[in-house]
Design a protein around this ligand. Structure first.
Ligand code: KG4
Ligand code: ZN
Length: 343
């Protein structure tokens, strides 16, 4: 089954074409990083307008890469939420028009769930043998931990009660003088650390068994640390500061993952995804802490893309008869970005 997936929930316009859930025939993404950089973060209205400008060309590009015509598509999938409302509306409207004109099913997808399917793209083993498993989405917008009974069954067991991990990297990156997005720059700067000084960080959420994430305390600690020591100190010890911050921001995720693995001991794998999963220190920490297989996405699928949307749609619908699938999605819920339990 060939599914065309569309993504426009935040600052990437994506179109992916996937065969049977894991085989990537094409993935085309137009990033808006340069558009938002002067503002230090994503501006929703600007994002929506940029999606509108790019969506046609990313679809054309994906079809060309896959060497397919639009009539070869069996179904269209689209990010329904969560995300920026104006931005979401672009791909949702485009997908509705496309599915209607092709007379194919239209499959609405939860963006956060789909991040986990990014890790399955190109997977050559038996996907179903990975489940039950633990899913960890560590992105700019979410720090979510799921118990996954199967490839299409998500039970949210932990989420951040304030900032997401990637969001904290971005905000602290801004404090440290890095351009948006801060995560990759903090990682790069930390590589230059020679442990010239010891920088201590507060350990978040001391109660080991509580499955919840929190980053506002770490962020406030960084504000206070920089105010107390001043810019000259920061210039001298920036790599050490980055390294200590990164260690704690990522350490919290790894500690909570270990707790989840103790509580859900039938988990056969850990599937990790989201932009922060690109961090090499994080990948090494996970390898060290987890004894079951850890499935990580290819670096190019860590950021938002349409391929993961198509993959999620496949696993949601693979047991359905294509002719019985709805041609028109359920009503689009414009508020789906608010609740944690969007399914
Ligand atoms: O998955 P993504 O595109 O975000 C959402 O869908 O929300 O990931 C972007 C996030 C940003 O917060 C960025 O700073 C972070 O991922 N990120 C990193 C790294 N690369 C991207 N964080 C830490 N280390 C990295 N190497
Ligand atoms: Zn995302």
């Amino acid at each position: 089954m060939i599914i065309l997936g569309l993504e426009s929930s935040c600052d990437d316009t994506g179109c992916g074409i996937i065969e049977d859930g894991v085989k990537v025939l094409a993935s085309s993404v137009a990033s808006q990083i340069e558009v938002h950089r002067p503002f230090g973060g994503v501006v929703p209205e600007v994002a929506a307008r940029s999606h509108l400008t790019s969506i046609d060309s990313v679809v054309d590009d994906a079809l060309e890469k896959a060497q397919l015509s639009i009539d070869d598509i069996d179904a269209v999938a689209v990010t329904q939420g969560p995300g920026l409302i104006g931005a979401l509306l672009v791909a949702v409207s485009y997908a509705r028009g496309l599915a209607t004109s092709l007379n194919t099913p239209l499959i609405p997808v939860n963006h956060v769930h789909a991040h986990l399917h990014a890790s399955l793209l190109g997977y050559t083993g038996d996907v179903d043998a990975l489940f039950p498993g633990i899913g960890l989405v560590v992105s700019g917008g979410h720090t979510h931990l799921y118990y996954l009974a199967a490839a299409d069954q998500f039970q949210l067991v932990a989420h951040s009660i304030d900032d997401a991990c990637g969001e904290c990297f971005d905000k602290v990156g801004k404090l440290l003088g890095f351009a948006y997005p801060g995560g990759p720059k903090i990682e790069k700067c930390a590589e230059q650390s020679h442990d010239k000084i010891e920088v201590t960080m507060p350990r978040m959420i001391a109660e080991k068994d509580r499955l919840v994430f929190s980053y506002s305390g770490l962020k406030t600690h960084m504000v206070n640390l920089l105010q107390k020591n001043g810019p000259a100190w920061l210039e001298q010890y920036k790599p050490e500061v980055c390294s200590a911050f990164q260690e704690e921001a990522l350490g919290q995720v790894v500690r909570k993952l270990s707790t989840a693995l103790e509580q859900y001991h039938d988990a056969r794998s850990v599937i990790v995804s989201g932009g922060v999963a690109a961090n090499k220190v994080f990948r090494a920490m996970l390898k060290e802490a987890v004894s079951c297989p850890v499935v990580l996405p290819d670096l190019k699928y860590c950021v938002d893309n349409g391929a993961m949307i198509a993959s999620n749609a496949y696993f949601k619908s693979r047991n359905l008869d294509i002719d019985s699938m709805p041609k028109w999605s359920e009503p689009w819920d414009a508020y789906s970005r608010y609740p944690y339990g969007v399914s």
